[in-house]
Design a protein around this ligand. Structure first.
Ligand code: HMG
Ligand code: MG
Length: 299
């Protein structure tokens, strides 16, 4: 089997993991969660998002999170969808920004109140400004496989959107199975295509685990040459505007699988479990990842 020696985990728990929680998770709990994730060896993380607090109230404490949690030894991302979001980013010390657009118009209309073309037009000058100011920019490509509203997305449509972002100068593409519906053949096919067509772009896979296929999809993506994975501690997560989607693939299960396969992640599983314990009682659903359940049983 063709496998890399190491892989990078991009932790999205504090953002994707918590954004869908109805009850507000206290800001101090979020800060402790982020601190412990860093202690566990996470070097890239989405801390929060500068979106409208009317749309996603859970992220209303974004500025305070960034001010307290940014460190120089890790790449800390924040999400921002528009000019107002970027203005809020520029008031912080954050140097890495994630923008997000889906391949599907219907999804974008629900998620950001814009069509795909409108979103791209709005982002174009903002990306130019981010690059001029020296920011690291990732573009999160939602509904890269399936859309909750229109179903299957043709790989050529996903490729076309990815190419537009690369032409706009982004440093990284995070390609997402937003509703956790892709299968390993689809994951292998799309990532092989993207590696071929965009050989100079940093590519990351972002799998939600709705149908418990995320680990299989990660294995298929590894085979296609991907070695960067967005994951969420505790398997928390989901987009509030993607009905039927559950959490992201659990960081601890991905780290366990990769390390057992001899692929180094730099993440300490015991310390990761300690991070999950910080948020466990503040989230609405049980933590069901295999690694964490066994860890708690053995305590
Ligand atoms: P809109 O209502 O069309 O925006 O929302 P607007 O420009 O008309 O502004 C309306 C109000 O919001 C105004 O306030 C603005 O100031 C304010 P008012 O005058 O009414 O008091 N506003 C903002 N406030 C703070 N920060 C901002 C901001 N922008 C406007 N940035 C908008 C458009 C994009 C703002 C809205 O739709 C939004 O915030 N959407 C975010 C949705 C979201 O966060 N989704 C989850 C993240 S994406 C995801 O999870 C997928 C991913 O994980 C990959 C995958 O799995 O697919 C990344
Ligand atoms: Mg997501």
């Amino acid at each position: 089997m063709k496998l890399p020696k190491k892989a990078t985990i991009i932790e999205v728990g504090p953002r994707d993991g918590l954004q869908n929680e109805k009850n507000f998770v206290p800001t101090d709990v979020k800060k402790e969660f982020i601190y412990r994730l860093k202690q566990a060896g996470i070097k890239e993380m989405e801390l929060t998002s500068f979106v409208s607090p009317k749309w996603v109230p859970q992220m209303q404490d974004a500025s305070e999170i960034v001010d307290s949690c940014m460190t120089m030894d890790s790449r800390d991302f924040v999400l921002a969808p528009n000019k107002k979001g970027m203005e809020r980013v520029f008031e912080t010390s954050c140097r890495s920004v994630a923008v997000f657009v889906g391949v599907s118009d219907s999804f974008n209309q629900k998620n950001i109140n814009k069509t795909t073309e409108e979103a791209l037009e709005g982002l174009k000058p903002l990306l130019t400004e981010l690059k001029e100011r020296g920011y690291f920019v990732r573009a999160c490509i939602s509904t890269a496989f399936y859309c909750p509203y229109v179903g299957k997305i043709p790989p050529k449509d996903t490729l076309a959107l990815c190419k537009k972002f690369v032409a706009m100068g982004v440093d990284e593409l995070s390609v997402a199975d937003t509703i956790g519906r892709a299968n390993p053949s689809e994951a292998y096919h799309l990532f092989t295509l993207l590696k071929q067509e965009l050989p100079h772009t940093l590519l990351t896979a972002h799998f939600h685990d709705t149908r418990k296929m995320a680990l299989a999809n990660i294995l298929a993506s590894l085979q296609a040459g991907i070695d960067r994975f967005d994951t969420s501690a505790g398997g928390l997560g989901g987009c509030p505007f993607a009905p039927g989607a559950t959490g992201n693939v659990a960081t601890e299960d991905v780290v366990y699988m990769l390390e057992e396969m001899g692929i180094s992640t730099g993440v300490d599983l015991e310390k990761l479990a300690a991070a999950i314990e910080v948020v466990e009682s503040f989230v609405s659903r049980p933590i069901e990842s295999g690694y964490y359940r066994l860890h708690e049983l053995n305590q």
